[in-house]
Design a binder for this molecule. Structure first.
Ligand SMILES: *Cc1c(COP(=O)(O)O)cnc(C)c1O
Length: 375
């Protein structure tokens, strides 16, 4: 390295053609799907909300359907219609919608909808004849789903509509809030509340063939929660909140080095000058930042893999760029850094990034920005 103590200008590539890239490994999604299908006797719903947890909803859906899933699940009707638009014909359930959502479109597109309240039931009925609904009970999160105090009334109203030939109640669903910790006693409470909800539905005259409570963690750790179907999202893309099972992470994020500079001891780096080089060192610049999904909070701890070695991020994560300290090693403009991946080559994992940012893996994978090129 010449110019050891000089401070040359950062040079940058003229184009983003080889900018940050997100590579999704659909073989990993396939392997994870097979594992979940083998872990449950019930049906497997592939939850592909939030663009398949950032991995591409249509790609994840197709892959999962090819390897053991028979249902698709999403939050909004718009997400469901996008799956239909891509030509996917499998059963789809959408479970969180405003009352003025396009329930007529749901009937036309044969998309099942969750019904958490009398207001939603009325909205679905006003959308036309023939909706397929899953009554949704709050099994202990005080979030979506009907409160237990409203459940019997909702079941009776749904049964009246069913008898009148207006809709079909095909499912009852709940959701567990603490399944990532199998020893949490609230899991038993949630299961009991769900069993109670199914019994109340039967008393109202309903015979829903689908009863579904478990998501990723409960599918892996709690067979008592399986019932007739599991709704699995995170697990399909390699995230196991219960930390009970080895899954295959499906995302690799890379970025090119677009600048290299040698700096002298005492050189401050980035906004706020939060880091100052303690000695002469070489800095590499990567063209991605918090707008691309790198959590700003991870800054002081985060690492990337460059030339086979872990390198620390130094200074603040900017909106569009981060600086990496490579010490006395060489770095060259145009070479590629791995921000995260499955970890097989020593690169950081999404789990490590989540820990550095004091968050969960879900937030990292769903937060990758729109300008990152997907392959
Ligand atoms: C997101 C979601 C799931 C999937 O949960 P994972 O833990 O990612 O498998 C299942 N059911 C509901 C209601 C959800 O909102």
């Amino acid at each position: 390295m010449t110019n050891l103590l000089s401070d040359p200008p950062v040079s940058a590539e003229p184009t983003r053609r080889h900018g940050p890239r997100l590579c999704v490994d659909l073989a990993a999604v396939a392997a994870n799907t097979r594992l979940f299908a083998a872990r449950t006797d019930g049906a497997l719903m592939a939850v592909v909300k939030a663009d398949g947890f950032g991995h591409g909803a249509v790609d994840v859906a197709r892959t999962a359907l090819g390897h053991g899933a028979s249902w698709l699940g999403v939050t909004s009707l718009e997400e469901a219609f996008a799956l239909r638009g891509a030509g996917l014909r499998a059963p789809v359930l959408s479970w969180l919608n405003p009352v003025d959502a396009d329930f007529t479109g749901a009937i036309t597109a044969a998309v099942d909808v969750a019904v958490p309240s009398r207001e939603h039931l009325a909205a679905v009925l006003s959308g036309g004849i023939g909706a397929r609904v899953h009554l949704q009970l709050d099994t202990g999160m005080a979030r979506d789903g009907a409160a237990p105090s409203a459940w019997a009334d909702l079941c009776r109203a749904a049964r009246r509509a069913e008898r009148a030939g207006q809709l079909q109640v095909v499912g009852v669903m709940g959701h567990l809030g603490c399944a990532d910790d199998p020893s949490d006693p609230d899991n038993r409470v949630g299961r009991a509340r769900f069993a109670w909800g199914v019994a109340v539905a039967r008393e109202a005259g309903l015979r829903p063939p689908l009863r579904h409570l478990a998501a990723t963690s409960a599918t892996l750790t709690d067979p008592l929660s399986h019932h007739t179907m599991s709704r699995v999202g995170a697990g399909l893309v390699g995230i196991d909140p219960s930390r009970s099972t080895v899954l295959s992470p499906a995302m690799t994020l890379t970025a090119p080095v677009v600048g290299v500079r040698r700096v002298r001891a005492g050189t401050p780096v980035g906004y706020g000058h939060t880091w100052t080089a303690p000695r002469a060192t070489t800095l590499a610049l990567l063209p991605l930042g918090y707008a691309d999904g790198l959590p700003r909070a991870a800054g002081p701890r985060a690492e990337v893999l460059l030339r086979g070695r872990r390198r620390r991020l130094v200074g603040r994560v900017s909106m569009d760029q981060v600086v990496v300290d490579v010490g006395d090693d060489d770095a060259t403009i145009g070479e590629t850094a791995t921000v995260f991946g499955p970890g097989r080559s020593g690169e950081p994992t999404v789990a490590e990034w989540a820990a550095w940012a004091d968050t969960i893996e879900h937030e990292i994978v769903t937060g990758i920005g729109a300008r990152v090129v997907r392959t």
